[in-house]
Structures are given as C-alpha cells and as structure tokens.
Design a protein around this ligand. Structure first.
Ligand code: SF4
Length: 225
C-alpha cells in the first residue's frame, strides 16, 4: 500500500500470468481439460477459474470456518462490476455475494440505475467469510487477490465500482480512505474504477446515500458514453 491510485502497470500481467497458471496447474487446481486443436470456448477460463476458487483452501482458517466459497454472481460479460470486501454471515450461508441487508440496499441502488443484478457482476476481494466478520488479514488479501484480478481480466468491464475502504484500497493500492477516494474515476488498465461507500456503511450513515447516488450518476454517464 502507499502507492498512488492509477499505478497498476503490472496488474494485467499478473492476471494473465495467473490465468496461465490456472491452465498449467494440475495439482492444487481443477485438472486441465484434454488438449485439443479446437480453440476453447470463451467460457473455459471462467469455468476453470470458478472451479479453482470453489475448491480453494489457501487461507486455512477461512477454509475451515466457512460454509461456502462466494465466487460472485451476475453477468460474466458485464460492463459494470461491483466489488466489496468479503462475504458476511448471509453470504456465507447462501454462497452468494451481497444478499444480506447491505446487499438488499446494493440491489436497490443497482435497480435505481435502471439495471438488474443479472446485468452486472458482483464480487468481493475475499471469497470466504472471515470469522465473526473480522477484517481481512493482509495475507488473506494477498492469497485471494489473484482470483479477483483474474475475474476482472476475464470480464473486462468498462467500470468497476469499489465498495468501501478495503475494495478501493486493494484495487487502487493506496492507503487513502474511501472519503478521500470517492467521487471520481481512477484508471486501471483501461478500466475505470470508481470508489464509493459500502452499502453496510450507508445502513449506519443514511445521510451519505446522496453522495453514493452522485457517484452512481457518474457511472451511468460513463456507461452511456
Ligand atoms: S479467501 Fe480466497 S484465497 Fe482464501 S481460502 Fe477463500 S478463496 Fe482461497
């Protein structure tokens, strides 16, 4: 951390290297499909990535305590991605991101933008719930970030909305707070990132919903351009 936003020169390379790793690996990850002259279908890397994430035990405590791995949900060809911090209790129970109270608020925000959850892709930095909803540990973020980068690399959305401090700081490699970061776009390998408040924060601070709506209007304008 500590780097200014926008400096992501190696991120796409990391993503591509990771996808290559997934393709080549036959031990920790799902076995590679039989080699064929026929080019793989567009969804193959996605399926392989999903299988890898669903079987992941890199964070021993999280792998032991989770009920589900929450890969993410929505449209794998979405123009807009929402990325939060980590699954909570409800998400862990259901295996889906943003399905608790904060998730219901996110759904309302998405619908107010004229979209549906199926139009966007929703994910978290961590795919497994930290016990008691504690903050993710640095090593857990390091373990799981390649999966997120691989998701971004395969979806290639036009815009990413980073929800809350963790997502914004991990994606933008900065220690600046969400209050300092929100309200404008940052560039990441041709993808625009807009940080805004996490819906869970909005449940505690409803007065800031207005600021989030201002941010969503920026995203809508960008998607229309
Ligand atoms: S949080 Fe990510 S890296 Fe850690 S066990 Fe879950 S899927 Fe694997």
């Amino acid at each position: 951390m500590g780097k200014e936003p926008g400096l992501f020169d190696s991120a796409l390379a990391q993503t591509l290297a990771y996808i290559h790793y997934l393709r080549e690996s036959g031990e920790e990850f799902a076995p590679a499909a039989p080699k064929s002259e026929i080019p793989p279908a567009p969804g193959d890397d996605w399926t392989r990535l999903k299988n890898s994430v669903l079987g992941c035990v890199r964070c021993s405590e999280l792998a032991r305590t989770r009920k589900s791995v929450v890969f993410g949900s929505g449209n794998a060809k979405a123009k807009l991605m929402f990325i939060g911090e980590a699954p909570g209790f409800d998400e862990d129970q259901q295996g889906l991101p943003f399905v608790g109270k904060a998730g219901q608020l996110l759904t309302k925000i998405i619908e107010a933008m004229g979209l549906a959850r199926q139009d966007v892709f929703i994910a978290n930095v961590l795919k497994c719930r930290p016990p008691g909803n504690r903050n993710p540990l640095p090593e857990e973020i390091m373990n799981c970030k390649p999966y997120l980068l691989a998701q971004i690399g395969l979806i290639r959305p036009r815009v990413i909305c980073a929800l809350g401090n963790f997502a914004a700081q991990v994606l933008l490699q900065t220690d600046r707070t969400i209050s300092q970061l929100r309200g404008k776009f940052y560039e990441f390998e041709g993808i625009k990132i807009l940080p805004t408040y996490h819906p869970a924060y909005l449940l505690r601070n409803p007065a800031d919903k207005k600021k989030v709506w201002e941010d969503m209007k920026l995203i809508m304008k960008e998607l229309e351009a």
